[in-house]
Design a protein around this ligand. Structure first.
Ligand code: OXD
Length: 313
């Protein structure tokens, strides 16, 4: 059995070593060294178009992340970019949910306890008390309650915040008030103090975080984006921050990454940026999960995380 790997940074050895240990029956090859070989499985992150196009040898393509837009968007350039009938499989948590929960909880508690405002006061050399927010008034909305979003929403509810979840089709999450589809969006957004975006990036969700949507949140709301940069209309967020409609934002993802040096987000004190680290792909966990799924496929068993190509996630 052969695996073919593609990672954009070219740091293959730790992956090859990891698969050698977790799946000793497999021969693990880099894409660059095996372009003309027949292999069984591809393991990729943001692969080049020529890697998957027209392939008839692959039994499955494993994505080294939760978001599969880096694979599915290849279809924008070429309608036949993906191997026909081959399942695309995303990472299914693999240690990402815990990281996302840390990140989002940190952001929410920072805003709830007004620590962002105390940080600005410190910079101004000001000692002053701010009235605490009431937990019951601090409603949080999580857009996208799939594998990761549902765990984030549940965890925030555990802190005693009122939490709402929004998804394309209705989903039940314990302790979370559910809203679905376009019809449910206005009710979901109404009065939110913090909006957390965990949506998959699809043509339907691109640019969803625009002036219209931000204007429906409570005045002085906060935005946390841990999904994808193209969800957010960046100039609309800047305008909303400048008008006070949005009091602050914590952003982990951007339209262009790394964020260009002259981007206005760098110098906006109410916007906190991090370099796409909210949930890193954990090598050992990912290898273990993919190896388990390959074994299951070879035994004819079903696996979790197979992407619905129509839906886009
Ligand atoms: C992912 C990511 O999709 O890290 O997993 O962005």
């Amino acid at each position: 059995m052969k695996l073919q790997l593609y990672v954009p940074d070219g740091r293959y050895q730790p992956w090859i070593d990891g698969f050698a240990e977790a799946l000793p029956e497999a021969q693990c090859l880099t894409w660059e060294d095996s372009k003309n070989e027949q292999v069984d499985y591809a393991v990729v992150w943001r692969p080049p178009l020529e890697m998957l196009r027209g392939r008839t040898d692959l039994k499955a393509v494993f994505n080294l992340g939760a978001g599969v837009d880096g694979i599915l968007s290849l279809r924008d350039t070429d309608a036949n970019a993906l191997p026909a009938g081959v399942p695309i499989v995303r990472l299914d948590d693999a240690g990402m949910a815990a990281q996302m929960i840390d990140y989002v909880t940190h952001a929410v508690l920072r805003y709830f306890r007004r620590l962002d405002e105390y940080a600005l006061a410190q910079q101004a050399g000001t000692w002053r008390f701010l009235k605490p927010h009431r937990r019951a008034d601090f409603t949080i909305g999580v857009m996208g309650v799939g594998t990761l979003g549902a765990q984030i929403a549940k965890s925030l509810a555990g802190f005693g915040f009122p939490v709402r979840g929004w998804s394309r089709t209705a989903r039940e999450v314990e302790g979370v008030q559910g809203f679905a589809g376009e019809a449910g969006q206005a009710g979901f957004l109404d009065g939110l103090r913090v909006l957390v975006n965990v949506l998959p990036l699809t043509p339907e969700t691109e640019n969803i975080l625009d002036a219209g949507l931000l204007g429906k949140l409570a005045k002085g709301a906060y935005l946390v984006n841990v999904a994808r940069g193209p969800h957010l209309v960046e100039e609309d967020l800047l305008a909303a921050v400048q008008s006070g409609q949005v009091a602050g934002a914590m952003l982990d993802v951007f339209r262009t990454e790394p964020l260009p040096a002259d981007h206005p987000f760098w110098s906006e004190p109410r916007i906190t940026i991090t370099p796409h680290i909210a949930a890193l792909t954990l090598r050992e966990d990912s290898i273990e999960q993919i190896a388990g799924k390959i074994r299951a496929l070879r035994a004819g068993q079903p696996i979790a995380g197979v992407v619905d190509l129509q839906r886009g996630y």
